[in-house]
Design a protein. Sequence first.
Length: 739
Amino acid sequence: MKTQKLLATRGLIILALLVVAGFLSLSGRLAYLQLVKGEEYKAKAEAQQLSDTVIKAQRGTIYDRNMKVLAQSASVWLVYINPSKIKTEATKQLVIDGLSQILEVNPETIKKKAERTHVGYELIKGQIEKPVMEEVLKFIQQNKLTGIVNIDPDTKRYYPYSGFAATVLGFTGKDDIGRAGLEYLYNDILTGTAGRVVTAKDGRLEAMPNQYESTYDAIPGTNLVLTIDEVVQYYLESALNHSLQETKAKNVYGIVMDVKTGAILAMANLPDFDPNNPDLILDENVRKQIESIQDEKERNEALLNAKYAQWRNRTISDSYEPGSVFKVVTVSAAVEEGLVNNNFGYTCTGSIAVADRIIRCWKHGGHGSQRLPDLLKNSCNPFAVTIAKLVGTEKYYEYFEAFGLTEKTGIDLPGEAAPNEGVTYHSKKNFGISQLSSYSFGQSFQVTPIQMITAISAVANGGKLMQPYVVAKEIDAEGKVIKEISPIVKRQVISEKTAAIIREHLEAVVTSGTGKNAYVAGYHVAGKTGTSQKLGKDGAYVASFVGFAPANDPKVAVLVAIDEPVGEHGGGAVAAPVAGEIFDQVLPYLNIEPQYSDNELALLVSYAPNVVSKSVNEAKNEITRAGFTARVIGSGDTVVAQSPESDRAIPKKGVVVLYTESKNTSQEAVVPDFKGMTVSAANKAAINNGLNVKIAGSSLNSGEVFAYRQSIAPGEKVPLGTVVTVYFKSNVDVSDSDE
């Protein structure tokens, strides 16, 4: 009996121990699951119990300074499937076949996603337009696929003007993240905050009623208002495009800046790209070269390099030797230090000896006797060297630094090249007489276009070095200003008095010097031309012009650089005319009033009087009194129509065609080829053909200029009286080559 009790007691003890052990094991397991695996299983449970859909935030809009949209996100749609609801092979195949055809997606891609039956969401394609979305919706309804195939809102970035200001704006990827330009730099504030729709699911992974759904609205991104002016940008790009076609250059680029604030009104690089399709190589020649590469790896590498090249904003990322444009800094330093005045004289014999080298003037016989204003007007190298030697190496280097050429400008764009001491410019300790001499006319160092136009703008605005900027303000969806950018004066580099003297010199460059092809009647354009040979590339040049207007009260500066032009390569011959075209269009648009001389007034356009319904004799007399030539078509006694009409501007001394028979009021003329003609010859050819010529470009000395482009192609038929704009330039004394 005692033995039985002992065994029973022992059994109870063992059982108790087993219970305790089991409890401890269970407790340990629970502790492990809660403490170690708790978050993991919690996430899995929530994934099974909750549907969490992200609502994309509308990306901020980018406007020009007049609130014209340059980049905007618009509503599109995305298509996804719920594989967990596909119950039969027939349904799966229906989904695969239908969506692959409508969305143009590989069937194998859809098949792999449809077979993941343990998940409730698989994206098939995003950013589809409305017509495609409607086709998918019809497919869903016709085949009763609601819940299996689904459509959700999505957003897509649009650039309404395609390549317009492309390198400034940049672009976004398919993930709606900025990849270049302003889209990249301001991505964080443009992106906004995504919203969410959280829905509870039942045991069959189906959405429960609306009371179990929570919605968190997306917050749209901040909008940017730029300093860029859409109209000024158009004029810049148009002029650069003409230059690219005419010079067959590798690249052309330009900037238009408000000299008083540093605001960038326009900035362009050509060839460029379309931000709506940034991977497409727009340069046909480059595209053909890439396609001709046989090796796949080499071809892909060439394609990638070509993409980066067309996305590159060369106005801030590329550096070049400025050439004779830099003589402006040299003269400014000498005048500011009181070392020279306008009566300072120098005789150029064609060369000057410096240390162990001879520096030659572009004019091989020399310029002879000159005064200080002639240095910039004639772009005389030996004169510039002489002036720089007066300033001295130490003081000259101080001005080089003061004009911002050893530092970034700080413009609010990504990719600005940083000046590199010892690489793009000499260090102070290595700046000797040889370096001083070559710097005096813009050689042996490099600057970026944005540095150069900022330095010239300091001369234009009275000596203040401004920080250039592109974003004027940030605003919310209601238009409320979140942040406004104020102009930043970095420092005073020269006095107002010195700046005024240099401005006069630079206006003379355009009226009678190497920059005469940038002349615009009535606007007192000032500027400097430059030509520099590219380092390590024989026969390759960068031709440039940097200037501002009006010289007596500067408002805007313009820089034009032409990289590797074919044929003519001087800044005065190929860059100055482009700058002139830009000034000619931009200044009137900005409501800057012209101030015409008597000679300029003679070449201006005017408006013919309205003589319709008047007798032929009365009409002819009125047209003649207005300063035009009348040409009568028909044998009637009364004018029934005239061309150009009275509201159309035509050149003074132009022709007005008077029709006297209603059956014949649209006679045509063939446009002559004006290329190579002088102003007088072009006018004569136009009048003989019953047409009018509007003179554009250099026309101060009509005897030495010739036509190089016209607004209507030769051989085209146009109505009698049509106005054809003909562009003129000079090849006389416009050289500034520093080779």
